[in-house]
Write a protein that binds this ligand. Structure first.
Ligand SMILES: [Zn+2]
Length: 109
């Protein structure tokens, strides 16, 4: 079994995996630094998968935010330079990123 990934929220490597503590806590990954958890899962493997999914989700949201900012920047630059076709292309990608961020996080950012 692989070790749990670092915490997706605080980056701590102080991560513990709890198994079989009770009928409720069959498998749970817990960050000892900030208290984030995978939630309770029936098995160790499912708890680790849920923890990893949170990490991947946060990585994707971070990448989308960076792309959104970059495309917005170039849309503005091209618009200000009178390059309307390039501005429109960059704006289209910025809007795609914004829509994906809204779906991924439940809020525009
Ligand atoms: Zn944490």
């Amino acid at each position: 079994m692989t070790d749990p990934a670092p915490c997706p929220f605080c980056s701590s490597a102080n991560i513990k995996l709890f198994i079989g503590l009770s009928e409720i806590h069959d498998g749970e990954v817990h960050c000892e630094n900030c208290g984030a958890t995978s939630g309770n899962h029936p098995t160790e493997a499912e708890a680790l998968a849920a923890w990893s999914a949170r990490t991947v989700h946060n990585d994707l949201v971070g990448a989308l935010k960076a792309c959104h900012a970059q495309f917005n920047f170039y849309a503005t630059e091209h618009r200000n330079a009178g390059k309307h076709e390039k501005a429109a292309t960059n704006q289209r990608f910025a809007d795609l990123c914004a829509d994906a961020l809204t779906r991924a996080t439940g809020a525009a950012s």
